[in-house]
Write a protein that binds this ligand. Sequence first.
Ligand code: CMP
Length: 139
Amino acid sequence: AVERTLSIIKPDATKRNLTGKINAKFEDAGLRIVAQKRIQLTMAQAGQFYIVHKDRPFYGELCEFMASKPVVVQVLEGEGAILKNREVMGATNPADAAPGTIRAEFAESVGENSVHGSDAPETAAEEIAYFFSGLELVG
Ligand code: CMP
């Protein structure tokens, strides 16, 4: 089925001018960028976005990192987009990411790992609605 997923190009990647190279990986995999904006998150916005991780030891560090510099939030659309995006990103820890994946090529560490992608249909819907209104999604 055609799905939509929420993607974030993280501060470590926007800082190094990698937005275009990362977008090329998505587009080459058949994912269409149907919405995209560059924003700087506040700590409160990062904290709410990652609220499921609030009890993890890395939560504070994660929120500070995500609010430290601009991010690019985007909606990717395509056949099986949620899983396809996760394949293109590679494993969370770049040390475990398959060659050719975004994290293998660009990520600096498990925390500064260049991209975020929704992990399931329910979270994709929630995460898209967190950043975009229906009017901003242009298939
Ligand atoms: P993401 O897919 O954005 O979802 C949660 C994020 O937490 C994850 O990517 C990592 O960047 C981050 N994360 C996971 N494990 C650790 C860790 N051990 N230390 C710091 N950050 C982590």
